[in-house]
Design a protein around this ligand. Structure first.
Ligand code: SAM
Length: 276
């Protein structure tokens, strides 16, 4: 997703680190944006933060000084020793050499404080990472992520909007999603080709609409969006018939993008009760 403006030529940070495209390494280079992000996170002294992809510690440095514990998860081994040298003396600091996509976040939730997740995420893994994190929501207080602006628009879209899709429904089933602000490519080294945005995800407690069988709900949402231009009747053929839609009070000639989370829960619960 990210591209160095040098078109294939390697790009280096001031410390001499060669940015790696395969790890989505676009490092923040604007102190005022970094301050704005930290301000939005609003870290407190008794809190437990987890940062995904610290890179060269643009966000880590201000955060580690302000919280009780900061676990950082970084896949690039070349960055580990510089991170230890820079931040290892802070009592809050704990480094994990790991892939954030496979990481067991529950193992970090050792104290009574729920985790606050933060990160300027590698754009190429942002959707699978968010789906992975949905498994750990009982341990998570909130998440502040920098993502490609288009992904933030999908996360925060309301029904009827062009960017409303499966990711919107699945994330909004669990979380309130807010776009906080947009960050232009000039604030990164190397600059990505697209705009970025900061999103805040706050898990609902309790869930406003509860699916009786989560696997059915998840499968039905996926199937409803299988062919974006098709109607619900067509995408859900073999799952629900017109009588089922009538009973649920949902018009089968609509497309999935017109439905809210509550409608998908209604359809999924009907399916669970009548067909499984
Ligand atoms: N936080 C730094 C900043 O804002 O300047 C770096 C952000 S950079 C966009 C993404 C970071 O995530 C890089 O440090 C990269 O090596 C790391 N990363 C990429 N894939 C990862 C993965 N699967 N697990 C953990 N870290 C990863």
């Amino acid at each position: 997703m990210s591209r160095a403006k040098t078109h294939g030529k390697p790009s280096y940070s001031a410390s001499g680190h060669q940015h790696k495209k395969q790890f989505g390494q676009n490092f923040l280079n604007n102190d005022s944006i970094i301050r704005q992000i930290v301000h939005a996170i609003h870290p407190q002294a008794d809190q437990h933060l987890v940062e995904i992809g610290p890179g060269e510690a643009a966000l880590t440095t201000p955060l580690v000084q302000q919280v009780k514990r900061l676990d950082i998860i970084e896949i690039d081994r070349d960055l580990h020793q510089p991170l230890r040298d820079k931040l290892g003396h802070y009592p809050a600091f704990a480094l994990h050499q790991a892939d954030a996509l496979r990481f067991d976040y529950a193992q970090l939730a050792t104290d009574d404080k729920p985790l606050r997740l933060v990160g300027n995420l590698p754009y190429n893994i942002s959707s699978p990472l968010i789906f992975h994190l949905l498994n750990f929501l009982p341990h998570i207080a909130d998440m502040h992520f920098m993502l490609q602006k288009e992904v933030v628009e999908r996360l925060t879209a309301t029904p009827g909007k062009k960017s409303f899709g499966r990711l919107s429904v699945m994330v909004q089933y669990f979380c309130q999603a807010e776009l906080l602000f947009i960050v232009g490519p000039e604030n990164f080294e190397p600059p990505p080709k697209v705009d970025s945005a900061i999103v805040r995800l706050t898990p609902h407690q309790p869930l406003p609409y509860q699916a009786d069988n989560f696997e059915d709900f998840s499968a039905l949402v996926k199937q409803s969006f299988a062919m974006k231009r098709k109607t619900l009747r067509n995408n859900l053929k073999g799952w629900l018939n017109d009588d089922d839609f009538n009973t649920c009070g949902i018009e089968p000639s609509l497309r999935a993008e017109a439905l809210g989370v509550a409608d998908f829960v209604t359809l999924a619960n009907h399916y669970s009760h009548h067909y499984t």
